[in-house]
Design a protein around this ligand. Sequence first.
Ligand code: CU
Length: 169
Amino acid sequence: MTKKSFLVAALMTLAFLLSACNMVAPMQNGEEGMPMDEGMAMDDDSGMDMSGGSMAGDAIEAQSTENGLFIVSAVSQLDPVVINETHSWIIHIETADETPVIDADISIDGGMPEHNHGFPTAPRVTENLGDGDYLLEGMRFNMGGVWVLTLEISSGDQTDSVTFEFELK
Ligand SMILES: [Cu+2]
């Protein structure tokens, strides 16, 4: 499969997952302030399976940034996400009114808050794919447990951040 067709497939998967997420949203604890282990559902195309032997899917559903400037979602290019395999994610950014943000600068932070360590790698956005999509390379998780990924996003003179939280089994 070529890189481009892979990307197209990934984006179609993301679109599907986003619509699926919307459909199942009322069935989960979709409110903010929920317990950590339910906070960031990792959906796969079979629904809400959180009990797999690895991360239960490859997509992070859309989440608003802290100040509501952007809506951010992410899909892993490795599905399922497994420990100790370096891989890429595609980040999608829209404004609150669903306009793709095509000129974002994105800085990455994250790790395991419970263990006080960061990522074993230095993941960073390496490519603007257009239409609000950005390639995040160098993702790797070196143990199971709760991870966070924080994106600080700047577009024009506006900056906002979002933190995704998910559990890698
Ligand atoms: Cu750890």
